[in-house]
Each structure stands twice: as structure tokens, then as C-alpha cells.
Write a protein that binds this ligand. Sequence first.
Ligand code: F6P
Length: 365
Amino acid sequence: MPKILVATGGGDCPGLNAVIRGVVKASISEGGDYEIWGSIEAFNGILKEPAEIVPLSNNEVRGIHVKGGTIIKTTNRGNPLKFPIQNENGEWRTKNRVDELVSKIKDNGFDAVISIGGDGSQKISLALAEKGVNMVGVPKTIDNDLNATDLTFGFSTAVQIATDSFDKLVTTANSHNRVMIMEVMGRDAGWIALHTAIAGGAEICLIPEIPYDLNKVLEKINTRYHQGKGYVNVVIAEGAKLKNGSVVGSKASNVGDEHIKLGGIGNALRAQLEAEKCAYQVRTTILGHTQRGGTPIAFDRILATAMGVKAFKLVKAGDFGKMVSYKNNGLTAVTLQEAVASYNHVNLDHYLIETARALGISFGD
Ligand code: F6P
């Protein structure tokens, strides 16, 4: 009976469980001739001795499509290309464990691997595929920053969570005549901020793709007040920065997780406005990981489920070295090379930038 290993890698994202359920259910409806297993915490599970892997049958996946997180756990400290290892003296180094991982996958009898993850995870998928592993990728990121797919599951849930918070901040901004800054995720791409700004009706939207000019932000704020009365709601992506400035964040102390941990640009903007004698009270709310947690909205459950089913079908067809992709309102597959080739930045000609500008939303430019 063919064995498929499923792993979820990188930051979690609403919809991961729905993908896992989609894979398992599809395999059952195709006759149940497959064994599906999950590797705990991305590929860390299968790399362990003995392997930490769990069977995924109907029992394990029943009803999980509504649950946030991932039942097989995840990590962003498990890149087999740069795996963190602690020396006896306590110091950390990284090691390439790809060959070891390939052997573990084969020794445990797996015929194919479905890896659900973002850019980093699909680079790992590609490395494994190049070593002969039968790989299928499923794209995942709340940031929606993969270019090879028009949409990733989890993104719409993150936008909904951000919009719900934004709506709450509007009423309190109004009561106090305040400038309310809401910081959302979006490391290199401002999609969550842009969508939330339009959905919520922000006055200002600051995204990584358009470094902002503080004077323009102040100008926009001032147009919203009359004799001290008025309010402003700003959405700012964590990866936004001042013109000629840099992103706000710091390196995590954990070896093996190389990304700078962004966060704090909302507070930095408040400080910048106060330093420029902004006449109004400014407050900042940082949504952080709330955007990644909880129940996926219906749209993401559907997209994630369909992607899980598609991933299984690719395995069944022997169509390996591919990543599932949502294009033109349907599911297709792109090569793993294409999957990691480019990044989905907010294009400044995008119709939502045009929409936002037509609504009077300032990008601080
Ligand atoms: O890539 C998705 C994302 O949510 C980014 O927006 C954010 O910078 C990052 O993950 C944070 O991840 P973590 O806290 O898990 O390192």
C-alpha cells in the first residue's frame, strides 16, 4: 500500500488542518489504498530516531477543518538545509541534513511527501525533489506573498480578523478624537494591510512596497480634523518603513530561525508623529499572531480543503515536483521551481491600489 507523508512547515496558518483532512478524505474516497502519515513539527518528526510520525486516518481528521493551527504541529526551526544543532559546549551551529532526511523518508517506506508551507518550505520541497523524493507542495501563508498562486488559504481569515479589530478601533478613535494605528502582519508584502484598509475604510495605509513620507502622513491626518475634532485610522504592515528608513524588529535568539522578527513599526510611527508635534493623541494596537490563530473563515476552509484534495490527486497521478496553485478561479499545479522563483509583492498598478487611492486612502507617498 503506497505511503504518503504529510508535513506542515513554517508559521502556522488557518486552514492547515483542512488541507490535511482534504488529503486523507480524498485518499479514502479513491479506495483507501493509501496510508497517510503526518510528520510532527514539519520534518523534525521524521528526522527523529525513532521517527515521530502519526497515522492520519478518518478518525484523526474528522471535523478538523474548522480548527485553527495544525494537528501535526509546525516549526520554523526545522529547515533541513540549515538544521540547528547544539554542540556539547552549548553553542549552536547549523547542519545540512537533507541527505539524512531523504534516507529517513525512504527507510520509513514513504513513496511520496506532501509539504504544506510557504516560500521557505517549498525551497525545502525543491531540495528534496532534486534528491529524488516524490514531492507535492501546497502553498501556505497568511501574507499571500507567493507569486505562483493567486491566493493562499489563511490570507482571507487574517484579513477578516484584522478587519474585525479595525472596526472596533474606529469607534474608539471617534470617541476620543484620536489617531489609531493598527499594525498587521506582512513581512515583505502589504496585502493584509491593503485589503484591511479598504474593507475597514482606513484613512492611511502604509505597506512595505511604498516607503512612507512622514509629512504626507501628517498632512493626511490634519485634513481629518476641524477645531480639534476628528479621528484617523491607520493600517500599517509590520514590514513598512519610512522613506530612507529601515524595518523595525530584531533577530530572534533561536538558532535556525533566520528571519528578523518584525514588529513595532506601529509604535515607531506613533513616536515619529509625536516628535513632529502631531496635535492629536495617537495610540497603537499590534495585532500580531492573533491574525494566524483561530478558526478559518468558510472561504479558507474551502480553498484549503480543495488544495488538499488536489495535492492527493497529484500524488495519485504521479505528477511530482509540483505545487498546487490557485489560478483563474481554479486549481492547477506549477513546478516547484516556479513556486519559489518570485515573490508576490503588491504591484503599484494593482487595481486595489487604484481603488484605495480613489477612496482617498493615503499611502504616505
Ligand atoms: O510569514 C507569515 C508571518 O506571519 C509574517 O507576517 C510574520 O513576520 C511571521 O510570519 C512571524 O512568524 P513567527 O513569529 O512564527 O516567526
